[in-house]
Design a binder for this molecule. Structure first.
Ligand SMILES: [Fe+2]
Ligand SMILES: [Fe+2]
Length: 337
């Protein structure tokens, strides 16, 4: 049977509604209370609408194929659609609409053999019982009514979808902003003690990389290392303190200071840092090993390794990347009160 675009729209809307009814019955029976499935407010599930169009396409393509081949096609198409929809709902809406995590051989909770088997059964029922009935319905319902119903239903569904998408999108932005504020507060709770010391503030009078002062540099290294430290659940206090003190020396290393600065300044920084604060073994290691592999002996702690790598990354970035966002970081850092 050949369908027009408006027929396709009608199929999509009809089965979105039929799928919603099926899920309401299944979930409400299982949970013994009324459950509105899906994220949208209205009585429709777009996954079923999309799934039915996929099945209609498969039926028209493989109508004369053997049963085993059809089962294989249905399994691939519907399980693929289910995985894609599960993945997209987490990606777009940060929500798992279903979760098969407790099912045997599930994959990321999105798909599992048990429900793929159910979908194959449903697809066969669809092909041999529902689809023929639906074709009669399409012939029976006058075309203008199909068009009107399809357009109204689809418009409502689409608006509903856009409203939820917009709401979730702004919610995600709010979450990431409040997470950033939270991290910034934690960072400054650790760093302020050092930022208030004149010996550390003095670093703002020394150039370090291109147009960046040494205080800019150590702040940037401390912040990025702190973010990584949080990601890997490391000792972030040691990371921030060690990183802020890792270049605590008072000369313009491009024009003055000891010979072989690269091989020696970590010891100078360590000595200067010990003169102003008590360092833990980890903080001392962060400062002493930050020039590895120039200093041969590798870092002892993962925290030291992270600061060492971030220091190298920031140095490269300062020389080779323009508009790297460091000004933004500086603005954020120093705007904190
Ligand atoms: Fe350094
Ligand atoms: Fe450095």
């Amino acid at each position: 049977m050949n369908y027009s675009f408006l027929n396709i729209l009608f199929i999509f809307c009809f089965f979105s509604f039929a799928g919603w009814c099926l899920e309401v019955v299944y979930r409400s029976t299982r949970d013994r209370k009324y459950v509105n499935p899906g994220l949208l407010k209205g009585p429709y599930l777009m996954l079923y609408g999309g799934g039915s169009l996929l099945l209609v396409f498969c039926i028209s393509m493989f109508h004369d194929s053997g049963l085993f081949f059809k089962i294989l096609i249905y399994f691939t198409a519907i399980t693929g659609l289910e995985f894609l929809s599960g993945f997209m709902s987490v990606f777009l809406f940060k929500t798992k609409l279903w979760d098969y995590s407790d099912q045997w051989l599930n994959f990321k909770g999105h798909i599992c053999p048990k429900f793929s088997f159910y979908w194959i059964l449903l697809a066969l029922v669809f092909e041999y019982f529902i689809y023929p009935l639906f074709n009669n319905l399409i012939l029976w319902v006058p075309s203008p009514i199909q068009t009107t119903l399809g357009l109204i239903f689809f418009s409502i569904m689409f608006m509903d979808f856009l409203i939820i998408l917009k709401r979730r999108f702004f919610m995600a932005i709010d979450n990431s902003q409040s997470r950033h504020e939270y991290l910034k507060d934690e960072f400054f709770n650790i760093a302020n003690e050092l930022f208030e010391m004149p010996e550390v503030q003095k670093l703002s009078t020394y150039p370090h990389h291109r147009h960046k002062t040494r205080l800019d540099h150590v702040t940037e290294v401390a912040w990025f290392s702190f973010i990584l430290g949080k990601r890997f659940s490391l000792d972030c206090r040691a990371i921030v303190r060690g990183a802020l003190l890792h270049d605590l020396f008072y000369y313009d290393w491009l024009h003055e200071g000891p010979r072989l600065h690269g091989f020696r300044h970590h010891n100078i920084a360590l000595k200067n840092a010990r003169a102003i604060v008590n360092l833990s073994p980890k903080e001392a290691d962060i400062i002493k090993r930050h020039m590895w592999p120039l200093t041969i002996i590798p870092p002892r702690y993962p925290e030291s390794f992270i600061v060492c790598q971030v220091d190298t990354f920031c140095s490269f970035k300062d020389y080779f990347v323009t508009g790297s966002g460091s000004d933004l970081l500086k603005q954020r850092m120093y705007s904190h009160e």
